[in-house]
Design a protein. Structure first.
Length: 188
């Protein structure tokens, strides 16, 4: 009986010490830096999200440059057709909206102002106001939004001017990720 209690204590102490080491070994800052997501490419530049911010690196490799340095969460970057601007989805102060930033870095511009219809929507549904593309002429950003629906499974596609303004819904009942034909006349 005494051996059983000693063995139980030993196992418990080992478990507690290993779990403590695991907690301190993987701090949130280190964990977030391990995941590089949502890459977008234009010529020799790659922009991606890591640790909640946007970063830019040369296609050949090298040190990445941090483009956004905020307390929010930035994701889904997309280069404009001319490569001068990056549109992205950002979450600041609770809302998820469409933003843009010069491709070399600089001031972030908010382009939409809309809260989510469904509070606490599961993350598997994706973010609201998710940037999916630019129009071929580079004048508008296309994003997927749940702003006109009661069911978060179905979003609609909208476009907003790269200068800001009121978004306009594309003539589709629902949508997702899209691609334009080379002449811009068709959407797939």
């Amino acid at each position: 009986m005494k051996t059983k209690n000693s063995l139980s204590r030993l196992v418990l102490m080992l478990f507690l010490s290993w779990s403590t080491i695991a907690v301190f070994a993987a701090t949130p800052e280190q964990s977030n830096n391990l995941l590089y997501r949502f890459p977008t490419i234009h010529n020799n530049a790659i922009v991606f999200e890591a640790a909640g911010n946007l970063w830019r690196v040369d296609r050949q490799g090298g040190m990445a440059t941090r483009l956004t340095t905020d307390n929010g969460y930035d994701m889904m970057p997309r280069f404009s057709p001319d490569g001068k601007t990056i549109a992205f989805t950002g979450q600041y102060d609770g809302n998820v909206d469409v933003y843009s930033i010069p491709a070399e870095g600089g001031a972030v511009t908010r382009l939409t102002y809309h809260s989510d219809v469904v509070k606490k929507a599961p993350t598997r549904w994706g973010p609201n106001n998710m940037v999916v593309s630019w129009t071929p002429n580079g004048k508008s950003i296309v994003f997927l939004s749940r702003r006109n629906t009661w069911n978060s499974w179905f979003g609609q596609l909208f476009e907003v001017s790269h200068l800001g303004g009121l978004p306009q819904q594309l003539p589709l009942p629902k949508g997702g990720v899209l691609s334009y034909s080379p002449d811009g006349s068709k959407i797939a």
